[in-house]
Design a protein around this ligand. Structure first.
Ligand code: C2E
Ligand code: MG
Ligand code: MG
Length: 631
């Protein structure tokens, strides 16, 4: 292997160094053959280079004139000779370097693995060591060098005892690479670190926090988005937009410097532009949410001053998501997701503010998402059930009908009440399928009760219908189909719609209500009193029942603390409704006293815990067997 160092290849000067010393020609033997076989000779056979011509003096001269910094070391790593290029590299006369420890000169002792490898080269157990080191010059400056250490060929007199150290100055290359990296890692508009550098620093900070015991072991982040920045770009152009971003970046940097208690320069809190009008301030070794909240507030304050940009006076505000947590167990993506969610909350809560990450709110959001995405398949998997709550005649205390109330037997979250998922189902449209299922199930059930108790007035079933069912599906066709399929007479079906669903309804919803009413299906207005409460308008719609919202009955309170206003309103409403030909059901009747007052006022039916909680179909069957007396 050592022949490689002195083989007949042209060196960097283009010359072919003497392949061997005269005294060593014999010993070349077969290795020379194999080297030749591998690499064609530089000179043709007839004009073979005359190795023997080169003397030791030639080599010495070459060593001294070479532009490559070199030093010959002994096996203890002490410098025996250094060439002028080496002296120049470290800033010392070459003669002064004699007897110096090369490990110190080339910084080979700091890294244990490097040190071990170097020692192995010195004692001949390793052929070569090559590494990049930062060498200190005598004037205090530093240079980057590609350092190589390898034994001098045994063919030189005493070569076996010598080691050659070369140190090629690569400072220019390093500078160029550093400049390229700076360009790659910074945003040209604001000169701030960009997304890539931000993530690099964040990942490094999380790793450092996990392994180092010296810091707080925490990390904090302000994730900021300018409010209405798009409008600036759209109305004033991208140049003004860019200048604004630059000015914002400066203010953010000043806030970060002030918060970190230091002047401009590296270190402190990292400010980065993540793209568009999004910025981040990273606080390593944070001390708690207070520190981050203070920083976020200072940023809002700093941005409050208008910006003067080329004659334009601009005011902007920002929304900031603030996250502060223990670094252990936190990933860069996890932290950014939390920050992103929190920023969204800040926007949702009205912009121009900072909002702190709230694990509970996040869990709620996650649950909402999980529920929303699994609603549709849950209908197919049969995860929904219906409970029924009696609607009781206030005069005789007997059940006249039941309201069907849906529940979700969620495999993970247990039984969920409709207020957890109906709004989600309305949002994503799953309500159409779910509503169809509820209607079918409820009609089958009502028909089954009717068949099981022939004779006497059968129970009607009241089914809640969401607005979107009226708009997004053919409710009339669905109802007609389901009634035909189940055999339930239309008069035993009541549909509950909210005021907002029917108010102002023209066109399709109104036609649908009319068609349903013509079919013999009763329409009830649910939660009456929470919306427009426009009785005059309602009377013109094909509505036959008002269900008074529970808040009215709650307002009755006890005999000691009556709320006469609520009672008077209900009394007036009932009288008016009756005059308009509507019947009235009171929701949330919880006490006998409330029931009695409602009866005296003239309310027709009541629904509430006084009579029964919503129950499974068996509970209703038992009620029917017992002659339907409730309460
Ligand atoms: P709603 O139609 O007004 O139903 C009455 C709600 O009041 C039911 O809540 C019932 O359990 C509750 N309640 C009954 N009696 C009392 C009482 O004495 N005191 C109190 N505090 N509450 C009482 P639930 O079952 O949680 O249903 C909530 C809402 O979900 C319903 O209000 C309805 O708007 C909606 N909903 C239920 N099932 C369906 C459905 O199948 N489709 C649609 N679109 N909405 C449904
Ligand atoms: Mg209802
Ligand atoms: Mg209601």
């Amino acid at each position: 292997m050592r022949e490689r160092a002195v083989s007949g290849h042209p060196d960097s000067t283009g010359r072919t160094p003497g392949a061997t010393l005269p005294s060593m020609t014999e010993s070349e033997g077969s290795t020379k053959e194999s080297a030749r076989a591998a690499h064609p000779p530089p000179c043709d056979a007839s004009a073979r280079c005359d190795d023997t011509a080169a003397s030791l003096g030639d080599y010495r001269a070459a060593f001294h004139t070479a532009g490559l910094p070199m030093a010959v070391l002994n096996r203890d790593g002490l410098v025996l000779a250094a060439n002028p290029a080496f002296g120049e590299l470290v800033g010392t006369a070459p003669g002064d370097l004699v007897a110096a420890d090369a490990a110190d000169l080339a910084d080979l002792g700091a890294d244990p693995r490097l040190w071990a490898a170097y020692r192995e080269v010195l004692c001949g157990r390793r052929e070569r060591l090559s590494c990049t080191r930062r060498l200190k010059r005598t004037d205090g400056s530093a240079v980057w060098a590609e350092v190589t250490v390898e034994p001098v060929a045994e063919r030189l007199p005493g070569g076996a005892e010598r080691v050659l150290l070369t140190a090629a100055d690569i400072s220019d290359r390093r500078d160029l690479l550093a400049r390229l990296r700076h360009l790659q890692m910074h945003d040209p508009v604001t000169r701030l670190p960009n997304r890539t550098l931000f993530f690099e620093r964040l990942t490094a900070a999380l790793e450092a926090a996990a392994f180092e015991r010296s810091g707080t072991g925490r990390i904090g982040l302000c994730y900021l988005d300018l409010d209405g920045f798009k409008a600036v770009n759209d109305t004033l152009g991208h140049r003004v937009g860019d200048r604004l971003l630059g000015a914002v970046a400066q203010r953010l940097t000043r806030c970060a410097e002030r918060a970190a208690g230091r002047g401009p320069g590296p270190g402190g809190h990292l400010v980065a532009r993540l793209g568009g009008d999004e910025f981040a301030l990273l606080v390593e070794d944070s001390t708690g949410t207070d520190q981050l909240a203070e920083l976020a507030q200072s940023v809002l304050d700093a941005l409050q001053q208008p910006f003067d940009l080329a004659g334009q006076r601009l005011s902007v505000s920002a929304s900031i998501g603030v996250v502060e947590r223990a670094a252990g167990g936190t990933t860069a993506t996890g932290l950014m997701q939390a920050a992103d969610t929190t920023l969204y909350w800040a926007k949702e809560d009205g912009k121009a503010r900072w909002t702190l990450f709230d694990p509970e709110r996040n869990a709620h959001r996650m649950t909402r998402q999980a529920l929303s995405s699994t609603l549709r398949p849950a209908v197919d998997r049969g995860e929904f059930t219906l409970e029924y709550q009696p609607l009781v005649g206030l005069g005789d205390g007997r059940a006249q009908g039941v309201e069907a109330l849906v529940r979700w037997r969620h495999p993970q979250f247990g039984v969920l009440a409709p207020n957890r998922f109906i709004a989600l189902a309305e949002e994503n449209g799953a309500i159409v399928e779910l509503g169809r299922w509820v209607l079918t199930r409820a009609c089958y059930q009502a028909r089954a009760w009717q068949l099981a108790h022939p004779g006497g007035q059968p129970l009607f079933v009241s089914v809640n219908v969401a607005v979107r069912q009226v708009w997004d599906s053919d409710l009339v066709a669905d109802v007609a189909g389901i009634l035909a399929e189940t055999g339930l007479p239309p008069r035993l079906l009541q549909l509950e719609l909210t005021e907002s669903a029917v108010m102002g309804s023209a066109g399709r919803p109104l036609q649908a209500l009319q068609a349903l009413s013509d079919m013999g299906v009763r329409i009830a207005i649910d939660d009456f009193g929470t919306g427009y409460s426009n009785l005059a308008y309602l009377s013109r719609l094909p509505v036959s029942v008002l269900k008074l919202d529970g808040s009215f009955v709650h307002g009755f309170r006890s005999q000691e603390h009556p709320n006469p206003a609520d009672e008077m309103i209900v009394e007036a409403l009932v009288a008016l409704a009756h005059r308009l030909g509507l019947t009235v059901t009171a929701e949330c009747v919880e006490s006998a006293e409330q029931a009695e007052r409602l009866r005296r006022i003239g309310c027709d039916t009541g629904q509430g815990w006084l009579y029964s909680r919503p129950v499974a179909p068996d509970g209703v069957a038992a009620l029917l067997d017992a002659g339907r007396a409730c309460g």
